[in-house]
Design a protein around this ligand. Structure first.
Ligand code: ARG
Length: 699
């Protein structure tokens, strides 16, 4: 069998490092010795003639990298897919390689001009011929892979390269005889590593060290049980030896300067074809983006999302508006190595407002719920943005939009309803949207835009101490306008509001009609009631700032009193609670919800210790909110952020910048962060509101 192997090489008569198209070439321009290169190349040639017949293609002046024959094309049986080099520096090699293949009886397939593919540098056959591993990410385009599958009639497994030192697949991956694989896992993304692990059993995988990788140990010529490479560590030699391989080292340092070694310098032209079903799992979809694409950086974000998600793109067209305020639109072809990656990428693009082209819009895929409270595996996870799904030939707006839910479909005599539901609320008999087809989010809805404009002065971001006053002015202005037009403001507050002396001011906001629901935990109510009944907050005298003898029991006494009356409202009605934030809520008919936690003392009878009930209660109170004021409570703020749809302005006040940032990290992008003491913030806010009223005492 050995003598049946033929290898193509190209003598290095014109080899040099003339330009930089990979990181190895940097700093090496004209630093290689032609003489040494000739010697090293000849040694490799000599070694290989011991195991195979070596054919030669004539080198051409002006094309110094032509010596890397692996990049001529990809051979299988008597077919070859000719390379389409990414860099113009190498494109001139194509006709010479083409001529050689023609003269040697190959059927030559040529890819479209704008579709880079760099031959056997980026495509390696499983040595048993069962499938083809094809790389992408640097030199070859993912979209070339389906052509390989079709023309060569082989299954193609796409692997994404992520380390630019290993820009060609053959620099970090080498299938060996008997199903072994020599490779450097960190050169691939997680999905690709998983794919490799699924196809190659653990005992057949030889993962090499970084040192071996940068000595190009994966860039190996393998014939039967012999592996020929530049250099291998003792450890690697041992590993290969244990598996019955003989390592032949032959120095190729001159070629390393151009980013290549043994395998790059050769192209195996006898690749017997095995029966394998042609297939490529590469998926493509065309998406449409519209809006202030440049101003908003949306195009960049979309393209980044595709690439970092493991896909690739082709911009099919891009219409820039004429003026700055004009809309622009873009059509982008998205490709991904498999359905899972595609769904992931599409999910994120949908969040950015991307839609499928009308002619490509396929109805959403639905799958039945077969167990209460459990969604089908690849259910679409909702975001805060208004969303529509295509069912049959109609788009349905989703009700109850929130993030981290599933889209549940129910059909009845009254028609079809698509609703955002939490996993635990899913019921057998409903269907759930799966995958990413037939879904789009409305990022530019007129109502949304209107609201965004209203608040545009706040923008997103975290303000520093210096800007607090300015921000407070703006928030006051908004509170005023929302109140006057009958809108809704929800406050979520932590106990710090009480400790920092904020309750005076929060009370005023409630009295002034600026607060339409209050959300918190057991603690804020307990401390507020303690302060109202005993003048202390967690045992501290609020007026004098000193701790009171026996004060640490005060909050338990406060709890106990309320428990006696059965509820906060009952205590108010019966005159046991006569002031404070909770008192004002009861008196002014402001609904409140207290969510329990593991550390709660008591708790107060009003505190909902069943968290699912508390969550639903919060969700009910948030409904229809125009603005949510989050005052020094990380957990409740994030909880609230998660259940709030886009378009609702959030103002998060906390002394800890991490809390404020965390909220925007949670995806609640329309929030404004104010890093300051919450007591100070509230006093400034009340002061500002009274200025607007013109009456100091009254807001
Ligand atoms: N300088 C060449 C390039 O960057 C090196 C090619 C190495 N070939 C390979 N199959 N890895 O294209």
């Amino acid at each position: 069998m050995t003598d049946a192997v033929r290898i193509l090489m190209c003598p290095p008569h014109h080899y040099d490092v003339d330009y930089v198209i990979n990181p190895w070439m940097e700093g090496n321009i004209h630093r290689s010795s032609r003489e040494r290169a000739e010697t090293q190349w000849n040694q490799l040639y000599q070694v290989l003639t011991g195991y195979a017949t070596v054919d030669l293609v004539k080198p051409q002046p002006g094309w110094p990298d032509m010596v890397f024959a692996a990049n001529a094309g990809l051979v299988l049986g008597d077919h070859v897919v000719l390379s389409r080099f990414l860099h113009p520096e190498r494109q001139g090699e194509e006709p010479y390689f083409e001529q050689w293949f023609e003269e040697n009886g190959f059927t030559v397939h040529k890819l479209p001009k704008s579709l880079p593919f760099e031959g056997a540098g980026d495509a390696l056959l499983d040595r048993a011929g069962r499938w083809l591993w094809a790389g992408y990410g640097f030199r070859s385009e993912l979209d070339s892979h389906p052509y390989l599958a079709k023309w060569l009639d082989v299954e193609v497994l796409s692997l994404r390269l992520v380390d630019q030192r290993f820009y060609h697949l053959d620099t970090c991956f080498c299938p060996l005889t008997d199903g072994y694989l020599l490779y450097y896992p960190p050169a691939f993304d997680a999905y690709s590593n998983r794919l490799i692990e699924m196809r190659v059993p653990a005992e057949k995988r030889i993962a090499i060290s970084e040192v071996d990788a940068i000595n190009f140990a994966c860039n190996t010529v393998n014939v039967d049980r012999v592996v020929v490479m530049n250099q291998a560590s003792d450890e690697l030699k041992q590993q290969l030896g244990d598996r019955g391989f003989t390592v032949e080292e032959t120095p190729l340092t001159e070629f390393l300067k151009a980013g290549g070694a043994a395998k790059c310098l050769t192209l195996r032209v006898t690749e017997p074809r095995q029966d394998s079903p042609q297939a490529s799992t590469v998926q493509s979809r065309v998406i449409h983006l519209e809006g202030h694409l440049l101003d908003s950086g949306l195009v960049n974000r979309a393209l980044d999302t595709i690439v970092t998600g493991g896909g690739s793109f082709q911009v099919l067209n891009f219409n820039l508006g004429e003026q700055r305020q004009d809309h622009s639109s873009a059509e982008v072809k998205v490709s991904a190595p498999g359905q899972m990656v595609m769904d992931d990428i599409m999910g994120q693009l949908i969040d950015l407002g991307a839609v499928s082209l009308p002619q490509e819009a396929t109805p959403a895929a639905l799958e039945a719920v077969v167990q209460d409270g459990v969604a089908p595996d690849d259910f679409y996870v909702t975001t805060i943005y208004p969303t529509e799904v295509l069912i049959g030939d109609r788009w349905f707006k989703i009700e109850g939009q929130r993030m981290d839910g599933a889209i549940a479909i129910t059909r009845s005599a009254n028609g079809l309803v698509a609703r955002c539901k939490l996993l635990r609320d899913l019921q057998v008999g409903e269907e759930v949207v799966v995958g990413s087809k037939g879904i789009h989010t409305l990022r530019n809805e007129p109502s949304l835009k209107q609201k965004t404009d209203d608040f545009s002065f706040m923008g997103a971001g975290v303000s520093s101490e210096r800007r607090v006053e300015l921000v407070v002015e703006q928030i006051a202005w908004d509170l005023r306008r929302i109140r006057d037009r009958g809108g809704k403001v929800v406050v979520t507050a932590g106990p710090v509001v009480i400790h920092t002396g904020g309750s005076e001011h929060l009370k005023k906001l409630i009295q002034g009609g600026y607060v339409h629901a209050l959300l918190g935990g057991n603690a804020i109510a307990v401390h507020d009631i303690e302060q109202s009944m005993m003048g202390t907050s967690l045992g501290m005298d609020m007026k004098r700032g000193v701790s009171v003898h026996g004060g640490h029991r005060h909050h338990l006494k406060a709890i106990n009193t309320i428990r006696r009356y059965g509820s906060i409202a009952a205590a108010v009605e019966q005159g046991a609670l006569t002031s404070g934030v909770m008192y004002e809520c009861v008196k002014n008919n402001v609904p409140f919800s207290l969510a329990g936690s593991i550390r709660d003392d008591g708790p107060l009878p009003d505190t909902k210790m069943n968290l699912l009930e508390a969550q639903s209660d919060y969700a009910r109170l948030i409904e229809g909110a125009d603005l949510i004021l989050m005052l020094s409570t990380m957990l409740h703020s994030i909880g609230v952020g998660n259940m709030t749809p886009a378009g609702v302005k959030m103002v998060c006040v906390d002394i800890n910048p991490a809390v404020v940032t965390k909220l925007s990290d949670r995806g609640s992008v329309e929030s404004t962060g104010v890093v300051t003491d919450v007591g100070l913030f509230l006093s400034l806010l009340v002061q500002q509101l009274s200025k607007l009223t013109g009456q100091y005492a009254q807001i």
